[in-house]
Design a protein around this ligand. Structure first.
Ligand SMILES: C[S@@+](CC[C@H](N)C(=O)[O-])C[C@H]1O[C@@H](n2cnc3c(N)ncnc32)[C@H](O)[C@@H]1O
Length: 920
């Protein structure tokens, strides 16, 4: 049976074994005090959990402690996994209420209790009522905690005036259930051009916040981990008022939102809803979404279906939070005796007498499952990478420091599973080799002889085709099998730096083989039918001794690493590495493994290259990129390689360049996680039992995170770009007509490429301005993954006006930091016709690649950005002899004519690298 627990990742992980993640529950009011009967009726229909009314405990009133049979019949594992509690109004209150009261009570369960709890009246009656309400609520919560129920549904403060305080004392009880008209219709249908006013009783809201905070910090939530799901109807005003409530509760993680969809959503209100929801998903701690059966329409065959507008909302909610979001079906389907009718029932068409199955809600569940299984959702929620990354959602990690630390075996293994990254590297190496051949850049090594049969085999293997018969179809004339063929061999030297466990070496070997096969095939028209092929010298440099052992083991067992020959022991120099008298096999590679820091050519093989210009590298391949591009010190490492003098002057680097991007993010979850680092730092050197690092350090440290409950509010912007290798000095001097006194002859005799890398400064700064975006950046979703232009189209539509301009924005954004991402051009041909790119910047995201998550730069204090204002962010990359670090600073500004007025600013974070740095 699937589980409902406080830890969403556990649920999803459990579910992922059985198919798509989808946790669906149901509330069956006639059985609301019998969890056994509810479960019996609903599990067969495919629901995962049920909602039960929490009982009134105590001895002082007539219905308190009323027996229920389920407590003696259901084992604890069911209560802790498959039952959610509902805080409703005490039954004896309902019983004593007049008919009018009853109908008002049905609006939202628990509202009458909430009203009594939060009233500030001082009369004896108000005081007694409040006391009773408090005892009822605490009893319910204690029982939930006792039963280990994972979550409890509570009401939200209604958007109406309570007759609060002493006024209540003078009124009869009818008035306290009076429902304001706005309560029964979607606020989405009120589309004011000025900011909507939240008509809630502010005093009650604050009383409620105090009560919830008390619960959230009590053992009920901190020890028993009961989550508080506040029922928030899906209207603009409710969403906004709930965010105020959460802010008052200091965004306690145990207080979450259960969105309640109980009103029809007019198509013209979809843009507003989409924009509002986008931000809400970053700040509303959304745990569940409940669909009231009254909003279902009838399809042609009479089965329940949602309107197009609600389908869009479903897609958005599940597309963003589908791996952690629980679903609930509520409301009546026509049976008698149901005591929780939908307030908006009259807006919907009735769907008939029965919703199918033993629960009467089977068809609703089947329909919602059908929406969840649409390709738009399955491709984001059920892909292999989605399943792999699930445990990492919103989980902060210290950025790796592969230069300063040695990576673990398992870390390499995880990298190597990426289905996109290595493919793109393979393509890039192939393009670079093809262009090198076209430009005649690879040295002629000599000629070798082989047979047609052997050549066929080489081509076939490179094409991944082992079937002899199939090969007969290939339109290349290789002659008869025994024919002797001459092949001119050209040598390419490939330096793979930071080789790890060798995946890029493998890509290089395969690319050499593929390019050679195609060159062999293309060169049949040369004199005497002499063919041409490549032979590669690959030097794999790695500083992690354990990874070097792995590389050596691979070399000893894989003949593709030793030129297709049986194992050849490695020698100290490049030239003597080939076995005496061995014939070079066209299209093969011979790998040398060098265990040292790439910034020092301390090894004999590398020294040999330095002293023999024709043996220097034609191609240098590396993957030293961090989430923010340069944050794992790729620039310093690759400059170090170049400075050693082991690159030819026309050497090509893969990657050729990488650009760092930054985008503002609104996410209370990420900010909370960062704050909690002050007590439980991630830094493995300190560990969970280490000293607390303090709030300053916690919020001046960037974290790698698979953002999830987050909203990127503007398109990302480029900060800076690093290109490799630096053009040889002489070339630059000629280009810039430098008149320095440097003796170019001397430089010529040493190494122009090496000289070029000697006086490089990799410090950078960027001043970015994120202008007001009326769509609130909805297309960027949570800031990880490809952006969705359809969202922009929907959010930009303004059906009220003839112009297509978006409606005036009325929301204040709350920013909690910035997400750093990167885009890298691995290789682009000079004519730009062929290129291979990897990216985690949303606008150019490499779909399916999961090796990098964004780098979250927190802000010490969240920034409030009023409608129309823009956000400026300055970021610096700084260094000293031992460290590299970032400093960042954000401000809010408006434009007044041509003038910019700064409205508020944060401080410069991490000055001098005081809280965080990367070791050189
Ligand atoms: C991100 S891993 C990539 C490993 C492998 N190329 C891959 O794609 O799976 C970076 C590797 O570079 C190595 N490395 C980092 N800086 C280095 C340096 N200065 N010299 C040699 N190796 C270095 C690390 O030990 C690590 O194995």
């Amino acid at each position: 049976m699937s589980q409902i627990t406080a830890d969403s990742t556990i649920i999803v992980a459990n579910k992922s074994n059985n198919g798509p993640s989808f946790i669906g529950g149901v509330y069956l009011p006639p059985l609301s005090t019998d969890a056994v009967a509810s479960l019996q009726k609903s599990l067969n229909d495919g629901f995962d959990y049920v909602v039960t009314d929490l009982p009134v405990l105590g001895t002082s009133n007539p219905v308190a402690g009323k027996a229920r049979s389920d407590v003696t019949r259901l084992e604890s594992k069911w209560w802790s996994t498959s039952v959610v509690g509902l805080v409703g109004d005490p039954p004896h209150w309902k019983q004593s209420a007049s008919a009018r009261e009853s109908s008002a009570l049905k609006t939202y369960p628990g509202v009458a209790l909430l009203q009594a709890l939060t009233s500030t009246g001082t009369s004896p009656r108000a005081t007694a009522r409040r006391k009773e309400a408090h005892a009822v609520l605490m009893g319910m919560m204690e029982w939930a905690s006792h039963m280990n129920i994972p979550a409890v549904i509570l009401p939200h403060v209604p958007l109406t005036e309570f007759n609060d305080g002493d006024a209540e004392d003078d009124s009869d009880d009818d008035d306290m259930f009076a429902v304001h008209p706005t309560n029964t219709k979607s606020a989405c249908t009120d589309r004011p051009s000025t900011p909507p006013t939240i008509h809630i009783n502010n005093r009650s809201a604050k009383e409620y916040a105090r009560l919830l905070t008390t619960l959230a910090t009590s053992p009920i939530c901190t020890t028993s981990h009961v989550q508080l799901w506040i029922r928030v109807p899906l209207t603009l005003q409710h969403l906004r008022s709930f965010q105020l409530l959460l802010a008052r509760c200091d965004h306690a993680p145990s207080i979450g939102c259960m969105l309640y969809v109980d009103s029809l959503l007019d198509a013209k209100d979809v843009p507003d809803t989409v924009r509002e929801l986008h931000l809400f998903l970053g700040g509303g701690n959304v745990k569940a979404v409940s669909w009231d059966v009254s909003i279902f329409l009838k399809n042609k065959r009479g089965y329940p279906a949602l309107s197009k507008s609600h389908q869009f909302v479903f897609q958005m909610l599940f597309g963003r939070l589908g791996r952690t979001l629980r679903l609930l079906v509520e409301g009546m389907v026509g049976e008698a005796g149901v005591n929780v009718p939908s307030p908006s029932k009259t807006l919907a068409q009735p769907i008939g007498q029965h919703g199918g199955g033993s629960s009467g809600r089977l068809h609703h569940l089947q329909y919602l499952r059908h929406l969840r299984s649409r390709p738009q959702l399955t491709k984001v929620l059920d892909s292999e990478e989605a399943i792999i990354e699930t445990p990492y959602l919103d989980h902060l990690q210290s950025p790796l420091q592969p230069l300063g630390d040695h990576l673990e075996y398992q870390t390499y293994e995880t990298f190597e599973k990426d289905p996109v990254k290595y493919k793109r590297y393979g393509e890039a190496i192939e393009f670079a080799l093809e262009d090198g051949i076209e430009e005649g850049r690879f040295d002629y090594l000599g000629s070798t002889t082989t047979t047609s049969a052997q050549l066929k085999k080489i081509v076939r293997t490179a094409q991944g085709d082992d079937d002899d018969e199939l090969f007969d179809d290939v339109d290349v004339d290789f002659g008869y099998d025994g024919e002797i063929v001459n092949v001119d061999i050209h040598r390419v030297t490939i330096l793979v730096v930071g080789a790890g466990r060798g995946p890029l070496v493998k890509e290089a070997i395969d690319a050499v083989s593929r390019v050679s096969a195609s060159w062999i095939s293309k060169t049949s028209d040369r004199p005497e039918k002499r063919r041409q092929a490549l032979y590669a010298k690959i030097i794999a440099v790695e500083k992690n001794p354990s990874a070097v052992l792995y590389l050596q083991s691979l070399r000893s067992s894989d003949t593709s690493w030793t030129g297709g020959q049986d194992y050849i022991p490695e020698s100290d120099s490049m030239e003597t590495n080939d076995k005496e008298g061995d014939i070079i096999i066209p299209g093969t590679s011979n790998v040398n493994i060098v265990g040292c820091d790439m910034r020092q050519a301390a090894d004999s093989v590398l020294k040999y290259m330095v002293h023999n210009p024709n043996l220097r590298a034609d191609l240098v391949v590396s993957e030293l990129l961090g989430s923010f591009g340069d944050n794992e010190l790729s620039p310093e490492c690759l400059d170090g390689v170049q400075r050693c003098g082991i690159l030819k002057e026309n050497c090509v680097s893969i990657p050729q360049s990488y650009t760092s991007f930054l985008a503002p993010v609104s996410s209370t979850r990420l900010h909370n996680e960062a704050k909690s680092q002050s007590c439980h730092p991630l830094n493995p050197n300190e560990g969970p039992s280490g000293p607390s690092i303090g709030i300053q350090r916690a919020l001046e440290t960037p974290y790698v995170v698979r953002s999830h409950a987050a909203s990127q509010t503007h398109s990302e912007q480029a900060c800076w770009t690093f290109c490799h290798p630096h053009p040889p000095l002489k070339q630059r001097q000629v280009q810039t007509k430098s008149t320095t006194s440097m003796d170019t002859d001397v430089i010529d005799r040493t190494n122009l490429s090496a000289e070029a890398a000697k006086s490089i400064n990799n410090d950078r700064c960027a001043h970015l301005s994120f202008q007001h975006d009326a769509t609130r950046g909805v297309a960027n979703g949570c800031g990880y993954g490809a952006c969705d232009p359809e969202m922009t189209t929907v959010a930009s539509t303004n059906p009220d006006e003839t112009s297509s301009a978006p409606k005036t924005d009325t929301t204040t954004l709350v920013l909690h930091g910035f997400l750093g991402t990167f885009h890298s051009v691995l290789y682009e041909s000079k004519d730009r016709k062929r290129s291979s790119v990897i990216s985690i910047a949303p606008s150019t995201f490499s779909v399916g690649m999961f090796s990098w998550f964004p780098l979250y730069f927190p802000l010490r204090e969240p920034l409030r950005v009023p409608p129309g204002a823009h956000v400026n962010c300055s970021i610096w990359r700084r260094s000293d002899r031992e460290r590299v670090w970032y400093e960042w600073c954000a401000e809010v500004a408006t434009s007044e004519g041509s003038e910019e007025v700064v409205m508020s600013t944060g401080c410069v974070h991490n000055p001098g690298g005081r809280s965080y740095h990367v070791r050189l």
